[in-house]
Each structure stands twice: as structure tokens, then as C-alpha cells.
Design a protein around this ligand. Structure first.
Ligand SMILES: Nc1ncnc2c1ncn2[C@@H]1O[C@H](COP(=O)(O)OP(=O)(O)OP(=O)(O)O)[C@@H](O)[C@H]1O
Ligand SMILES: [Mg+2]
Length: 334
């Protein structure tokens, strides 16, 4: 049984003016000791997915199933989910500033996080907090315990959040663009540290990022989302060597291959057009208007199923209808 099994997840945001169908069909699994990358253009529903998995508002789950560590989470009371967060699952957000309390020292915040979830008090809690900072290779950790968030660099603040996330030795860690705001060297250090801690705790990691280079280096499997739907999933090797979905092909073409730094001087190809607004529901493939392989009167007419291919990959594109293995099904997961 996988650590996390998501089936046909649907997530909405309700604003006074409109409903946003942020996730309309997402299925995947994630195991302990596994890193799965979640990629897709801005607005494709990645953060909505993360919020839904963590049971955090304002994301509202309107359909599907999330089984985590043997239990169904959809429909569970808020208190149950709150207990789970910080005990069995933890999340690292993009902006460490807004996740830290500017009025509390780093040490006080770490100790507070520890005491909510672990039976540690006083000196023992302090010692554990210090150990957590050392685990993320924080320079001068004793001094940092006394300092406030604004006295730390962006990279150091992100280290604090990673330290907090691992305080409870989570089974599942969700990192939503954890290093976007940091320079490349610090990014690499932070991701390295996260990977080491993940291995130590045998956690599963869902890594949301725009950086396909990071995905290629760190993720075992990759999920490609577009307009709230899973478009393609497979091993990172499969996806990067031979992207099947025209959307994935466009996404990868818009990235400079690491082995071709000279390509940096050329303008990057982009996928023409914009992702659609998610205030609508789609009848056909949401990528249809931008797709160079589209078949009019077919792809735009009916919802495209997620096909499972014999190679174990999945793709939501009619081009692969003939290659599917067994029955085409939306409920099959990676
Ligand atoms: N709090 C919110 N209230 C209403 N709509 C929201 C809210 N958060 C996100 N949305 C909408 O939900 C859709 C999915 O957004 P989401 O934040 O999940 O995208 P994303 O893939 O994480 O994008 P990015 O790469 O820019 O972080 C978008 O249309 C977005 O405008
Ligand atoms: Mg996001």
C-alpha cells in the first residue's frame, strides 16, 4: 500500500464572485523514500493540490479520495487534519518570511513547533531545537536561536522552515517551490539538505517546482499538470527522455538542456498562448487551443481519459488511445 494515494481529486476555491475549479482530475501515488515532482505552468493547480493534501483552507475538496498512511482524509474533521499536519505530514512553503512569526525568536518558534507535537519541555526542547538547526547546517545555530526572522538571510529562513518541517519526522513532506526565492548556490545546498533529511527519515517528498533541472536531478517520478488535470506521469527518465503529451513536449522545449549551455544565447521557445482560466469546466482537452497536434472536433468534444500505457506511464491525450494497456481509466494511478 503506498504512503499516499490520490484518486480523481477535485479542489475548488470559492470567492464571492466565482468558483475556481483549481484541480479537476488528479490521481497519483507516492511512497516513502520517494521524491515525486509536480510541474506545470503557473495556475495549473499545483499549490491547490498541496493545500488540499494538507487539509488547509481556502482549498475545498469537492471530489475524489486522498488515502494517507492507510486512512481516507477526505471528509475528516479539521481537528484530525490539524493533528496530522506537523505529526505525519509537513509542508514547506515558497515564502519563508510569511511562514515565520516576525515577533518571535527562531528558537522560540522552533520550541513551540516541537512542543505541540512532541513530549519535550524546557532544556530538552531547547536541545532538540538546536539539533534541528544543526541538521539543516545552519551557521552559528546557538546565535540563530536568539535571533528574529528579519535578522536571517532568505536561505537561512528557509533552513529554519525545513528544520521545523522535519521536527516531527514526517512520513510525507510537501515542498511548494521551496527554493524559488533563493540564489542558485543556496538552492542547491537547501535541496541537498532536504534530500539527506528525507533519506534519514524515510519520508516521501512531493516537490512542486518550476525548475525542471531540479526535477530531473532529484525526482524519481514526475507529474505534469495543466489546467487542474494530470496530463502525463511517469518516471522522470521517461518524461524527460521521451515526453509524450504535446504539453509536456512544449514545457521541456522551453527549458535549456543542462548539457547545452550555449543555447542560453538563443531565445527560448515558449508554448504559444496562455493557460485557460479555471473558472470554467472543460468539455474536451483543456490544452486544445494551444496544442500543435490537436484534432478539431475530436479533442475538444469530450473529456480525454488518462491512458495507462504498457510502459507504466500515463498520458491524457487521444494520440495515445491506441497504445493504452487494458482499459483506459481515470482512476488508475501512477
Ligand atoms: N486563494 C485562492 N482563491 C481563489 N482562487 C485561487 C486561490 N489560490 C489559487 N487560486 C486559483 O486557483 C488556480 C490554481 O492556482 P494554484 O495556486 O494552485 O496554481 P499553481 O500551479 O500553484 O501556480 P504557480 O506556479 O503560479 O504557483 C488559479 O486559477 C488561481 O488563480
Ligand atoms: Mg503555486
Amino acid at each position: 500500500m503506498p504512503l499516499l494515494e490520490v484518486q480523481n481529486l477535485q479542489v475548488q476555491f470559492q470567492t464571492p464572485e466565482q468558483t475556481v475549479y483549481a484541480v479537476s482530475d488528479l490521481s497519483f501515488t507516492l511512497d516513502r523514500n520517494e521524491t515525486v515532482g509536480l510541474v506545470g505552468e503557473s495556475g495549473s493547480g499545483k499549490s491547490a493540490t498541496a493545500l488540499a493534501l494538507m487539509g488547509l483552507p481556502p482549498a475545498k475538496i469537492t471530489g475524489g479520495s486522498i488515502r494517507f498512511d492507510g486512512e481516507e482524509l477526505v471528509g475528516k474533521p479539521a481537528e484530525f487534519l490539524q493533528k496530522l499536519r506537523g505529526q505525519k505530514m509537513a509542508m514547506i512553503f515558497q515564502d519563508p518570511f510569511s511562514s515565520l512569526d516576525p515577533t518571535m525568536s527562531i528558537g522560540a518558534q522552533l520550541i513551540e513547533a516541537i512542543r505541540i507535537h512532541l513530549p519535550l519541555k524546557g532544556k530538552a526542547a531547547y536541545a532538540y531545537a538546536l539539533e534541528l538547526l544543526k541538521n539543516v547546517h545552519m551557521p552559528t545555530p546557538e546565535q540563530k536561536m536568539r535571533q528574529f526572522p528579519h535578522e536571517l538571510s532568505g536561505g537561512q529562513r528557509q533552513r529554519v522552515l525545513i528544520a521545523m518541517a522535519f521536527a516531527c519526522k514526517p512520513l510525507l513532506l510537501i515542498a511548494d517551490e521551496p527554493t524559488t526565492a533563493l540564489d542558485v548556490t543556496v538552492q542547491a545546498q537547501i535541496l541537498d539538505r532536504t534530500a539527506v533529511l528525507q533519506r534519514q527519515h524515510s519520508s516521501g517528498l512531493l516537490l512542486i517546482t518550476h525548475d525542471l533541472g531540479v526535477v530531473a536531478e532529484t525526482c524519481h517520478r514526475t507529474l505534469v499538470m495543466y489546467a487542474g488535470q494530470l496530463m502525463e506521469a511517469g518516471t522522470t527518465e521517461q518524461i524527460f527522455r521521451n515526453p509524450l503529451h504535446p504539453y509536456t513536449q512544449g514545457l521541456l522545449a522551453a527549458t535549456i538542456p543542462l548539457e547545452k549551455p550555449e543555447a542560453r544565447r538563443q531565445p527560448l521557445p515558449t508554448i504559444p498562448g496562455q493557460p485557460p482560466s479555471l473558472t470554467q469546466k472543460f468539455t474536451g482537452c483543456p490544452f486544445f487551443p494551444r496544442c500543435r497536434a490537436r484534432i478539431p472536433n475530436l479533442c475538444d468534444k469530450e473529456k480525454v481519459p488518462l491512458y495507462s500505457l504498457p510502459s507504466g506511464r500515463q498520458v491524457r491525450c487521444l494520440l495515445y488511445a491506441d497504445q493504452r494497456s487494458g482499459t483506459s481509466s481515470d482512476v488508475s494511478s501512477v
